[in-house]
Structures are given as structure tokens and as C-alpha cells.
Design a protein around this ligand. Structure first.
Ligand code: THU
Length: 133
């Protein structure tokens, strides 16, 4: 089980990343912070586009940020939004989190109260090839 102090630290980092969100269309800003197995926290925010389908979610950007820095193994990721309930990742992000087998997904809403979910809970029977990461 992931410690409350780790969850809080990642939520705080995700909140900072949320301030960089580019969300002029939805006005719904999201931040994410992935804790790599290397101990480094990799953040991301949602980045939207006038061609809506090109927009990318915060958690995908955080994972891609980590991979771009050479980190492919993760301990956890926190995702924060400003909704009344903890945010819940979209299907595309669930598939990306499953690709890198992120073990603990910490989800928070406006008041920073959080819930922790496993990938098996978020995306049972995810499509996967067995590859070296
Ligand atoms: N969004 C995220 O960044 N992460 C989620 O978990 C849910 C949704 C973004 C996508 C879009 O920029 C905005 O929130 C509204 O859907």
C-alpha cells in the first residue's frame, strides 16, 4: 500500500503542474505527477488544441515526460482536477498507464481528498504485448 505522505507529495506536485495547463476550450485544468522508480517526480498538465482531438491529458503528458527522460518504470501517479469528486482518467490514459504498469493511481478532486486505484481496477484485461521496458 502506498503511504499517505507519498500520495500527498505527488498531489502537491500535480497541483503545481495544473497551473501550467493549457485548457482554453474546456476550461478544465488537470495536473499529474508520476513517481518514477528512479525516485524522480515527472509532471504533466493537459494541453488542448483548437482541433480538439489533438488535445492531450495531463497524466499521459506526465508519463510521456518521464519516458522522454529515460524513465519507464513507475511507483505511482497522482492526477488532480477541480471537480467535486476525484478525477477519473479517460480510456486512452488508462491504456497508457497500463502500458507502463503504473501500480498505484492516486485520484483527487478540488478538496485534495483522494482515492487510490490499481490498474486492474481502472482497466481490467488491458490490451498488452509482453515487451521489455
Ligand atoms: N483531462 C485530463 O487531462 N485528464 C483526465 O483524467 C480527464 C480529462 C483533460 C482533457 C481535456 O483537456 C479536459 O480535461 C476536459 O476533458
Amino acid at each position: 500500500m502506498i503511504a499517505d505522505t507519498v500520495c500527498r507529495r505527488l498531489i502537491a506536485a500535480a497541483r503545481r503542474a495544473q497551473t501550467q495547463a493549457y485548457a482554453p476550450y474546456s476550461k478544465f485544468t488537470v495536473g499529474a505527477a508520476a513517481l518514477g522508480a528512479d525516485g524522480i517526480v515527472y509532471t504533466g498538465c493537459n494541453v488542448e488544441n483548437s482541433s480538439y482531438g489533438l488535445s492531450c491529458c495531463a497524466e499521459r503528458n506526465a508519463v510521456f515526460h518521464a519516458v522522454s527522460c529515460g524513465c519507464r518504470k513507475f511507483a505511482a501517479i497522482a492526477v488532480v482536477g477541480d471537480g467535486p469528486d476525484p478525477i477519473t482518467p479517460c480510456g486512452a490514459c488508462r491504456q497508457v498507464l497500463a502500458e507502463f504498469a503504473v501500480p498505484a493511481v492516486i485520484l483527487a478532486g478540488a478538496d485534495d481528498s483522494y482515492t487510490v486505484m490499481t490498474m486492474e481496477e481502472l482497466l481490467p484485461q488491458a490490451f498488452q504485448f509482453t515487451v521489455e521496458k
